[in-house]
Design a protein around this ligand. Structure first.
Ligand code: NAG
Ligand code: NAG
Ligand code: NAG
Ligand code: NAG
Ligand code: NAG
Length: 393
């Protein structure tokens, strides 16, 4: 048997069956049916697995609508049968319906910098219907809102506002915003948006990543001079530690920038970030909420969302990786991360698919399901099927 075939077979054996359980569409449908009116969106669960609902002006509001688009993608990949449970709804119609609550969002809402996540469902809509004017307007509006937060002195878009306007804070998560700038540049022909995305990535590459490939969560710049003032954490264990979800966003962000811009520096950066993530997973196979958090008291809280985001990031990186050996390492690692995390966190009795999300450990918000962890669990399954690395059952 060829090496290629045997690696495909190993991957087929390893992908966890829960990825394709009929509980996935079943839970997503019942969450849709329980959305409050006027609409609110799930963000995290309580410790019994019950979704907590939030107003649309919340950074996570886009994840449930785009989850419905992801189940629609699953239906296109796998077909809709009673056995796989995908036959119980018209997922595209549900996704479009759930997206309507996001349309009115503008930058007065306190989520001014998280427009990338909020745009996901509209980006998916445009894949299906490139002429949907509502989705076109939403993508362009979100990109414009983000562009207004750009400083050419700093070379980044601003994350949180500070009381001192010269204190310019940038979080690693914002790499996830850059695609909406690219999409809007494609739609409008305005190449300034692409330039802003590239400069944000370049500045982040220079200042947010340590020599060992780990990351800081927050870098503060002086907006008058562009100088770095401080490198610190907000949601991690300490200023010198590595918050695992931030590291996962960073891998995804640079792999995606390599896909969009084709600049090999972004590929090299994504590799360094990925290698750090993979080598930092402890022997129990579980992604901790912070790679440097103490082991006691035991167990050190996991973050299932960091695991599912990283799995998608590694699959994206492996797809665009130019070195076949690296590509295999990254896709194998993605499957292994999913397998190990699923065995710890799959919760049939919860409204979410997974438990053991750490939303914000310093704020003591942990041991929850998360809407983003579940979204990336579903997209990881889709990607494995699309790449022939798993079957639908
Ligand atoms: C266009 O997209 C919006 C937002 O995603 C959606 O609510 C609407 O139903 C779509 N319109 C059509 C005709 O598909
Ligand atoms: C392109 O986008 C930038 C950022 O939003 C904006 O400042 C500029 O006016 C736009 N250019 C045109 C020609 O619309
Ligand atoms: C930024 O630099 C200016 C000019 O040196 C200074 O007045 C301001 O206090 C600095 N801001 C911060 C947050 O350090
Ligand atoms: C996972 O969550 C369960 C409760 O749902 C908890 O008992 C367990 O300690 C958690 N494990 C880790 C590693 O966080
Ligand atoms: C992690 O997953 C791999 C399979 O992908 C398995 O071989 C390994 O034993 C798992 N590790 C733990 C500690 O469960």
């Amino acid at each position: 048997m060829s090496r290629y075939l045997s690696s495909v077979l190993v991957a087929l054996l390893l992908a966890p069956a829960e990825l394709f359980s009929p509980l996935v569409p079943q839970k997503v449908l019942s969450t849709f049916q329980s959305l409050p009116k006027p609409i609110q969106y799930p963000q995290w669960t309580d410790s019994a697995g019950k979704w907590q609902m939030f107003n649309p002006a919340t950074w996570t509001s886009g994840f449930f609508p785009v989850t419905l688009y992801a189940v629609n993608t699953r239906k296109n990949l796998c077909g809709a049968t009673a056995a796989n449970g995908l036959n119980v709804a018209d997922w595209l119609t549900l996704g479009r319906s759930a997206s309507t609550g996001l349309i009115g969002l503008t930058d007065g809402n306190g989520v001014g910098h998280d427009v990338g996540f909020l745009s996901f469902a509209f980006v998916e809509e445009l894949v299906i219907n490139p002429n949907n004017q509502t989705a076109i307007k939403a993508v362009n509006d979100f990109a414009r809102i983000l562009a207004r937060r750009y400083s050419s002195t700093v070379g980044c878009t601003r994350s949180w506002d500070a009381s001192d306007p010269t204190d310019f804070q940038v979080i690693i998560d914002n790499l996830m915003n850059l695609e909406v700038l690219y999409r809007s540049a494609d739609l409008t022909g305005n190449s300034t948006l692409r330039t802003i995305a590239n400069r944000h990535a370049d500045t982040t590459m220079a200042n947010h990543i340590r020599s060992d490939g780990s990351t800081w969560h927050v870098v503060e710049y002086n907006s008058t001079t562009g100088a770095v003032i401080k490198k610190r954490t907000a949601q991690g264990y300490s200023d010198s530690s590595t918050w695992s979800r931030g590291q996962a966003w960073a891998i995804y962000g640079f792999a995606n920038m390599y896909r969009l811009a084709g600049d090999s520096r972004y590929l090299e950066t994504a590799r360094r970030l990925a290698n750090y993530f993979i080598k930092s997973i402890p022997a129990d196979g579980i992604v901790p909420w912070d790679f440097n958090a103490p082991l006691t008291p035991s167990p050190r809280p996991a973050d299932s969302s960091a695991a599912t985001i990283a799995a998608n990031a590694l699959l994206l990186l492996s797809k665009h990786e130019t070195d076949p050996a690296n590509a295999k390492t990254y896709s194998d690692s993605a499957v292994q991360i999913l397998t190990n995390m699923t065995s710890l966190t799959w919760r049939p009795s919860w409204q979410s698919l997974l438990s053991n999300g750490t939303v914000n450990k310093p704020a003591n918000n942990q041991l929850t399901g998360t809407v983003y962890g579940d979204y990336y669990f579903i997209t990881a399954g889709n990607e494995l099927v699309a790449r022939g690395l798993a079957t639908c059952t």
